[in-house]
Each structure stands twice: as C-alpha cells, then as structure tokens.
Design a protein around this ligand. Structure first.
Ligand code: IPM
Ligand code: MN
Length: 368
C-alpha cells in the first residue's frame, strides 16, 4: 500500500470577494481529492488589506514563511477603497508584489479560453471568439513594476522599465516550452519601435528561439498592434509572451473575449512554490454578497493541481466547470436579463458535485 499523498496549501483569502471565491475552490479541491488518492490541508493566512488591518503590514512575515513552507499558494485578491489612501509598502498591492518576488515566481501563466456555452454571451461576435484558446506568458517579477530608480523627484516622478538578458531568457524559455506542448506558435509582444528595453527583449527572444526551439514559430508584435489583434482575431494566437506591464494590460483586455473578468485563472511559477490566483481583482462593490463568479478561482485550482502533478484531478475540475455551464448555471456577471443567477456558493457546489462524479468515474476504471 502506498501512503496517500498530502499537500499543504497556504490559503490567502485576501480582500473583497477573495474569501468567498477561494472557499469554493477549496470545496472543489476537496471533492476531487479522495478519488485521485491525495489529501490536502489548507491553512489560512492574512494577506493584503486584511493583513494590514490585522497586523499593520500587507504581507506579514508569518504569511511569507507559511507560503514558503507550503506546496502551493491559493490567493483570492487584494485591495479595496478602504486602503486607497495607503502609500508605498503599506499598499495591499505592494504586498502582492512582495509575495510574487518572495516566491520567485517569474512566470505568470494566464490561459484564455472561451467555453462553448459562453460564446454567444461574448460582447464580440461569437464566430470570432468561439474556439479562442490562447496562453499569456507574462513576466512577473521584473520590468517597470520593480525597476529602479523609482519614486517622486523634485519636479515629477519616475518609474523605470528594466530587463536583464537573463530575465528575458528565462521567461522566453517558458513561453517556447509551453508552445511545444500546444500549437507551436509564440507571439512576443514589445514596443521595440520606441523602447530600448524592448529592443533587447526582441533580440534575446529571437536568439533563444533560434538556438533552442527551431520547431516553434516566432513572430513579434508591437503592443499597440497586439491589443488590436487580440480583439479583432483572437484565434490567431497560441502563446503570447509579454513583459510584466504589457501582460497585465493585455490579459484584462483578453478577459473581454469570454465576456467576464471573473472567468480567467492564473498560475505563477518558476520559483520554489507556485502561486495560484484569479486574474480579477477584489470587486469590493459585491464583496460578501455571494454573487461573485468563482470560475476564475476554480480554474486556478485546476492549474494548481496540474502543477502538483495531479492532471487527472485538474481535468475533473475543468470538466466540472464546463458541465455546470452546460447545465445552464450562470453567475450574475454572465446571466442574461431574463435568467436567474446562481450564487457563488451554489455555483461552487454544482461544480464540486460534477467534478467529484467525473473523478470517480475516471479513476474507478483503474481500480484492481
Ligand atoms: C494582476 C493585478 C496586479 C498586477 C495588481 C493588483 C498589483 O492587476 O494580477 O493583474 O498588476 O499584477
Ligand atoms: Mn491586472
């Protein structure tokens, strides 16, 4: 008998809708665990504005230590109007940046798929967005988010976009390797017609591609053109490689394709421990109302399972989400005016039931 594996998940609910959407993700993880022969513990730790209120800082040392000792970090969202007057290190958002830096997770993976059931609800033409399946590989621990010098000057302020060759190389490798496992195309996004740092980005990405990945096609787009192309014809993309700032902007833009920011998951990897969080923010206006869309977080939990080496359980979660949408359940952000909206917890419960059924069906076949 082999012992059941047990994973330690650091659970950082954070602010706004963070607690309610991550709670549903834990429910769904729980629903697929036993069929896939693993167990997990989820220990809650303060983060963001909640941590600021509780401890005086947005990313407490205890939270940092717990994240480092975990197998994976599941995060809700941080920030809100209550902390809008905070500055510098006291901002909930700086806590998030410090967390990413502390874990060394330089590669932010943001897949964008338009589920068939939702293509007709897209603000764009269904024939254009249906079948969209692209992956943003966004550099996450460098660029203008972290460059120095930074701050106020006598007569203004400055932020600096800095990339070393090594930082560009390692994120380029991630993008090319992901493309090898997908359709074999990388689109690298930059502003090489203006920015020196983008000229280097383009050179290094080209070199990495030529030297190591002759089987992957590479093209370059300026970021302004990329924004237009993502909306005009999203099906042309496979892997989209970007720096930190351009990836932040383009991934929110791409969220318009399936029609709600609430649908998109993310995984931040490349360090010792992976960080999994929905792309959306804390949505303070609907916090605690049990109306938020948990899909982005549920799909982040699927990415977490992939990263832990539990692809079967990850598929069960994704199946649960698709099957719940196909059964007609819609949270308020997706429901048509004449449709009843499912609450966050109802939606999570429906996904958990379907994911568990799928998990049992697909594992019982392999029992002796
Ligand atoms: C995101 C968010 C963060 C970012 C903020 C909250 C710091 O917008 O994860 O996309 O800009 O990276
Ligand atoms: Mn963002």
């Amino acid at each position: 008998m082999t012992e059941t594996k047990s994973y330690k998940i650091a659970w950082l609910p954070g602010d706004g809708i963070g607690p309610e959407v991550t709670r549903e993700a834990l429910r769904v993880l729980d629903a697929v665990a036993s069929a896939h022969d693993f167990a997990f513990t989820a220990e809650e730790h303060p983060m963001g504005g909640a941590a600021l209120d509780e401890t005086g800082v947005p990313f407490p040392d205890d939270t940092r230590a717990a994240c480092r000792e975990s197998d994976a970090v599941l995060l809700g969202a941080v920030g809100g109007p209550k902390w809008d007057d905070t500055t510098g290190d006291q901002r909930p958002e700086s806590g998030l940046l410090a967390l990413r830096k502390a874990l060394g997770v330089y590669a932010n993976l943001r897949p964008v798929r338009v589920p068939e059931a939702l293509a007709s609800a897209s603000p764009l033409r269904p024939d254009r967005v249906g079948g969209t399946d692209l992956l943003f590989v966004r550099e996450l621990t460098g660029g203008i988010y972290f460059g120095t010098p930074e701050g106020r000057t006598d007569d203004g302020a400055r932020s600096t976009m800095v990339y070393t060759e090594a930082e560009i190389e390692r994120i380029a490798h991630v993008a090319f390797q992901r493309a090898q496992r997908r359709d074999g195309h990388v689109t690298s996004v930059d502003k090489a017609n203006v920015l020196e740092v983008s000229k280097l980005w383009r050179e290094v990405v080209t070199r990495v591609g030529e030297e190591h990945y002759p089987d992957v096609t590479l093209r370059h787009l300026y970021v302004d053109n990329a924004a237009m192309q993502v909306v005009r014809d999203p099906q042309q993309f496979d892997v989209v490689l970007t720096g930190n700032l351009f990836g932040d902007i383009l991934s929110d833009l791409a969220a318009a394709l399936p029609g709600s920011l609430g649908l998109l998951p993310s995984a931040s990897v490349g360090g010792t421990v992976g960080l999994f969080e929905p792309v959306h923010g804390s949505a303070p206006d609907i916090a605690g109302a049990d109306t938020a869309n948990p899909i982005g977080t549920l799909l982040s939990a699927a990415l977490l399972l992939d990263e832990l080496g539990e692809p079967g359980a990850a598929d069960a979660v994704r199946h649960g989400v698709d099957a719940t949408l196909n059964a007609g359940f819609r949270t308020a952000d997706l429901a048509a005016d004449d449709e009843d909206a499912a609450s966050t917890s109802t939606f999570g419960h429906e996904v958990a039931t379907r994911a568990a059924e799928h998990a049992q069906k697909n594992t019982s076949a392999s029992l002796p």
